[in-house]
Design a protein around this ligand. Structure first.
Ligand SMILES: [Fe+2]
Ligand SMILES: [Fe+2]
Length: 253
């Protein structure tokens, strides 16, 4: 088990050199404050993808064969859903953060309808479809470890993604009355950086190791893992291009 965990941890560490984490969107988000319409592009596409996270974790629970792996995944799902408090569900905390930031940037109330009903990018649609295919129960004979590989990638990307998004969020601190108000609005980030995602990383390695009985399972795990990284890179590149495309339109005007 320990050896297996080491192999899986080594695989998990490859996220740090992948375009899923090292990409032009993060560089832009971290550099200087973006305009309202640029933040809106990010927010709509991030919301469209991230509001489905708990469902993906639930699907991986259904696919896992081993009881102990399921127990690990349930811990993750419980935390995603607010540990029994719906007001603390991660999707609710994210929604609160995004609507508040967009309202401040627009200088008016920005509604959930606007966030959810606005057009999302073709690349985000592709991500959602590919993610559904990754986590779906399938008749393709893929080992259950394939889904655990996707979950492993999702969880190992999440912590670093959230530290980057939080650092970029600090570029908008001037929109808040004072420091305390800014930090109160950042609960979505703090819950992930301080606790949840650190736990999810450990749980995803444990669940993956429990689910891998042989070489074929390990190959399935690696394939699902790499696929998730690739679709994530494509997703962030789509957002980056849309923002850069907006610049091109602006300078042509
Ligand atoms: Fe979360
Ligand atoms: Fe997570």
């Amino acid at each position: 088990m320990n050896n297996k965990k080491k192999v899986i941890e080594a695989l998990a560490h490859t996220v740090f050199d992948h375009g899923a984490l090292s990409n032009p969107f993060y560089r832009r988000w971290l550099s200087t404050p973006m305009k309202f319409y640029e933040v809106e592009i990010f927010a709509r596409n991030y919301w469209a993808r991230t509001c489905r996270t708990a469902t993906m974790v639930a699907l991986s629970l259904l696919r896992a064969k081993h009881l102990s792996a399921r127990v690990e995944i349930v811990k993750n799902l419980y935390s995603e859903l607010g540990c029994g408090d719906s007001a603390k569900a991660h999707s609710v905390l994210l929604q609160n953060y995004l609507l508040d930031l967009l309202s401040r940037l627009a200088n008016r109330t920005y509604t959930l309808d606007e966030l959810g009903a606005g057009q999302i990018l073709p690349s985000t649609h592709v991500f959602i479809e590919e993610q559904d295919a990754l986590y779906a129960p399938d008749g393709l004979g893929r080992p259950s470890s394939y889904v655990l590989g996707a979950l492993l990638a999702q969880e190992w990307l999440a912590y670093s993604m959230l530290t980057r998004l939080y650092e970029g969020a600090r570029n908008y601190q001037h929109l808040y009355t004072n420091n305390d108000e800014f930090h109160e609005r950042c609960e979505y980030f703090y819950i992930h950086i301080g606790d949840a995602e650190k736990e999810h990383k450990i749980q995803s390695v444990t669940a993956a190791a429990l689910e891998c009985d042989n070489e074929e399972d390990l190959i399935g795990l690696t394939t699902g893992f790499n696929r998730f990284l690739d679709i994530t890179e494509n997703y962030w590149n789509g957002i980056s291009q849309a923002i850069e495309g907006g610049h091109a339109l602006e300078s042509n005007a």
